[in-house]
Structures are given as structure tokens and as C-alpha cells.
Design a protein around this ligand. Structure first.
Ligand code: HEC
Ligand code: HEC
Length: 394
């Protein structure tokens, strides 16, 4: 119903955006059930499992999602996520950098902010950020956000891109005002937050709706998941060998990229190579300079959809999974800049290449089984501001 209404609207021209055209979803997105509290709760087989996580086991439980939201909040967040109205100059939305056709990343080594932000070739006025844009799939499970883990919730996280001069360059006042003068948004916020529509929209409501939408990005239906839930034919022999190397004593990948999310909130120093021309990124260490153990530490990112999220590492140092595997399969610390004093994690242990070329190829095959975007939410064709939504890439 909503889809039809929006299609008609697009034909009429997106500037003619009236309050009645945007009805918020009344039901939870796929993967979620609506509970008695009116909020959407994840429904996944993984929640039924009781094995100890962290050992590379198959039927391990998921961590709890960090928030639960109503269908209306999730759907309002979807509109906000794609609406450039939140930015200072009305040209940049979250989706410009977290693009739905690039697994909610941007395919760049490092994020691109400023005048033209996001995907596509750089233009005058663009500013390169210092870090790679992470995927947002399964981000609702994370207790630490950003490569250095500096935000503890999606709500707190969103304030950074919104108000950073080199990202969306907005201000709290600008966000409150531009949304509150829009009759459609006033009505939608009233509906999503169960309150009268004559109140000013708050930044808190905006970041809550954005968190709600992002938490709905669930990727747990890959071929690996079919295997984990009992379909023994879901993986090929090479993929299975790769899974066993991944979780085995030599690879040890699963110690940090913990199934079933294949990431963790733990910060680890793995000895990433420096970026030419830039000071060595101390990661979490820059936030706690007194803690020597955190120098060069980063959050172990999710490997869900990793086949779609190149380039890799916190500044896109590696172009391919093969390059990443070569990094792990070389003696520990080999990529560190001369004189870097960091405490490498004990699971980064190789003194020489211990994985054979066949092992490496199998691990890459296995990583390719973690792809699943089947629950991708619909990308709005129009948003309440009437501003253009980021162009689709395919
Ligand atoms: C100019 C590009 C850009 C824009 C616009 C942008 N982001 Fe990001 N986003 C990034 C980059 C780069 C990082 C990683 C920064 C870091 O870790 O220091 C990031 C990190 C994140 C993370 C952390 C993910 C994780 O796994 O830790 C979330 C969540 C996120 N962004 C959501 C948003 C939302 C919501 C918006 C809109 C309000 C937004 N972003 C706008 C580039 C962008
Ligand atoms: C000690 C913990 C640890 C172990 C063990 C580990 N990783 Fe990582 N992994 C990390 C951290 C931390 C990062 C982010 C590093 C950075 O950006 O500097 C990372 C990044 C990655 C990335 C890039 C993801 C992205 O989105 O950029 C891939 C792929 C990856 N690891 C695969 C593996 C594989 C395969 C193994 C086993 C051979 C492995 N990891 C072992 C902690 C670990």
C-alpha cells in the first residue's frame, strides 16, 4: 500500500509531498514479531541455542539486541535515514555514505564527506574522512560502535555524523527546526512517539528513530546460517574446510569474529599496516592514552556480508579478502611501522605462514557464504522533505 502510494507520488514529482502520502508501517519488518509491548522483537532460531559462544561452535546464541522499537519508529527512521534534510546544506543523508546497494557502506577506502559526500567519484569540496565506512547490517546487536568503539549506543553514535563539520554539518537547532516546520514530519513523529503533533521534534526522537531503522537491518539468512541450522548440504566441501580453518586452532579467526555475528564488541590490537602519509591510527588507544594495551586497538568488525564490503580495515588498507588473508598469514607484527610499540593480541600468533594456499582459498570461499541481504528494507522513492533520495546504483 505504502509502496503504491509512493510510486504514484514519484510520477507526480517528488516536490508535491503531502502529509497524507506517508503512512508509517503498522507491522514489524521481516525477522521481527510484534510483542504485547507494541515493539518489534527479533525472531531467530539462534535465540533458541544454548551453546557457549566464543568457541567457534555452530549453534550459539545471539547477543541480545540493544534496543526494541515500534514498527512506526522503524519506518520513520527509514525515511530519516534517506532524507538529506537532516544535513546542514540539505545534500547529504546517512544513505549517501551507508548506501543500500553497497551493503550500507560506500565502497571507498575512507568515507567521503563535505560538498558531495558518499558514493561516486570525488568532486570539488569533498573531504576525505580518516576511516572506512562500516556496513550497518546487524548493527543493532553491537554494544560498541565505530572502529575504535567510542560510542556505546546507536542513539549516541548518530549525533556524530549529524553534527560533524566534515560529514552532515548540521546543528541540533537546524535538525529541530527543519523537521518541525514540515507538517508531514510533525504528523509522523507524533504517530511514532505517541504524542501530540504540535510539539517541536527533538534530536532525541530523531536519533531514536534512526537507531530503530538501523536495528532492523538483519542479515542472518546466509548459506552459512542454513548450514548452522541443520542443512548439511548448504555448504560445499571447500566452504566447510574453510569454516574449519576459520574456527580452528591455527586460524583462530572465530576467537575475535565470533559466530553467529562474526564480530564482537572486543577491542583487539592486530597490527594493521599504517596508511601512507598519515600518522599511525592508535584506534581506541587515542581515547585512553594511559592504557598501553589499547594502542592500535580496534573493534573486531562483523564479517557478515564481507564479500560486499571491500575495501577492508579501518582505513581500507586492503582491497581484497585475499590481501586480508595474506596479512593474517604472515608473521605477527610484520605490517607495523618501525618503532610502533603496541601489544599484539595473543590470537595473532603466527611466526611464519602457517596456512597453506589451499587453506587460504578455502577460508575465502567460506567468507563468501556469509552474504545475505534478503531482508533489505525498501528504499523510499521519496522522502517528506521532497529532497532527492540518493540515487540507486543498480
Ligand atoms: C560522510 C559519510 C558518512 C555519513 C554522512 C554518515 N556516516 Fe556513518 N560512518 C561513516 C564512517 C567513516 C564511519 C566510521 C567512523 C569511525 O569509526 O571513526 C561511520 C560509522 C557509523 C556507524 C558505526 C558502525 C559500527 O559498526 O561501528 C553507524 C551506526 C553509522 N555510521 C550510522 C550513521 C547514521 C545513522 C548516519 C546519518 C545520521 C551516518 N552514519 C552518516 C561515514 C558516514
Ligand atoms: C585478535 C582478534 C582477531 C583475530 C584472531 C582475527 N581478526 Fe580479523 N579483525 C580483527 C580486528 C580488530 C579487525 C579490524 C582491524 C583494523 O581495521 O585495523 C579485523 C578485520 C578483519 C577483516 C576486515 C573486515 C572489514 O570489514 O574491514 C576481515 C575480512 C577479517 N578481519 C578476517 C579475519 C580472518 C579470516 C581471521 C583468521 C585468519 C581473522 N580475521 C582473525 C580482529 C581479529
Amino acid at each position: 500500500m505504502r509502496f503504491l502510494a509512493l510510486t504514484a507520488l514519484a510520477l507526480l514529482g517528488a516536490s508535491d509531498v503531502s502529509a497524507h502520502s506517508f503512512a508509517l508501517a503498522e507491522h514489524c519488518p521481516p525477522s521481527f514479531d510484534e510483542a504485547e509491548d507494541g515493539r518489534c522483537h527479533l525472531a531467530s532460531l539462534y535465540q533458541l541455542y544454548t551453546a557457549e559462544p566464543g568457541q567457534g561452535g555452530l549453534r550459539v546464541p545471539l547477543p541480545a539486541m540493544k534496543g526494541s522499537f515500534s514498527p512506526q519508529q522503524i519506518d520513520l527512521g527509514r525515511l530519516l535515514f534517506f532524507d538529506p534534510v537532516l544535513s546542514g546544506d540539505g545534500r547529504v543523508s546517512c544513505a549517501h555514505c551507508h548506501h543500500p546497494d553497497l551493503a550500507y557502506g560506500d565502497g571507498r577506502k575512507k568515507g567521503m564527506g563535505g560538498a558531495a559526500t558518499g558514493v561516486g567519484p570525488a568532486r570539488t569540496g569533498d573531504v576525505e574522512l580518516t576511516r572506512n565506512t562500516p556496513t550497518l547490517w546487524n548493527v543493532g546487536f553491537l554494544g560498541r560502535l565505530f572502529w575504535d568503539g567510542r560510542a556505546a549506543s546507536l542513539q549516541a553514535q548518530a549525533a556524530e555524523p549529524l553534527f560533524a563539520a566534515n560529514e552532515m554539518a548540521s546543528t541540533p537547532e537546524h535538525v529541530r527546526r527543519t523537521l518541525s516546520v514540515n507538517a508531514t514530519y510533525r504528523q509522523l513523529f507524533a504517530q511514532a512517539f505517541n504524542r501530540p503533533s504540535d510539539r517541536q521534534i527533538t534530536v532525541d526522537e530523531v536519533t531514536t528513530a534512526l537507531a530503530a531503522f538501523q536495528s532492523s537491518l538483519i542479515s542472518l539468512n546466509s548459506r552459512f546460517d542454513r548450514y548452522a541450522h541443520g542443512d548439511e548440504n548448504a555448504l560445499s566441501d571447500a566452504e566447510l574446510r574453510g569454516w574449519n580453518v576459520f574456527r580452528g586452532f591455527v586460524g583462530r579467526c572465530a576467537q575475535c569474529h565470533v559466530p553467529p555475528l562474526f564480530g564482537s564488541d572486543d577491542l583487539a590490537v592486530i597490527g594493521a599496516p599504517p596508511v601512507p602519509g598519515r600518522p599511525y591510527d592508535q584506534g581506541a588507544g587515542a581515547l585512553s592514552p594511559m592504557d598501553a594495551a589499547l594502542k592500535g586497538a580496534f573493534k573486531a568488525p562483523t564479517l557478515r556480508n564481507v564479500a560486499l564490503t571491500a575495501p577492508y580495515f579501518q582505513a581500507g588498507q586492503f582491497a581484497t579478502l585475499s590481501e586480508v588473508l595474506d596479512f593474517y598469514n604472515a608473521p605477527r607484527g610484520h605490517a607495523l611501522p618501525a618503532g610502533a610499540r603496541v601489544e599484539l593480541h595473543w590470537h595473532i600468533h603466527m611466526q611464519k605462514s602457517e596456512l597453506s594456499a589451499a587453506d587460504v582459498a578455502d577460508v575465502i570461499e567460506f567468507l563468501n557464504t556469509l552474504t545475505d541481504t534478503s531482508m533489505a528494507p525498501p528504499v523510499p522513492v521519496a522522502v517528506p522533505s521532497g529532497l532527492p533520495v540518493v540515487p540507486r546504483l543498480r
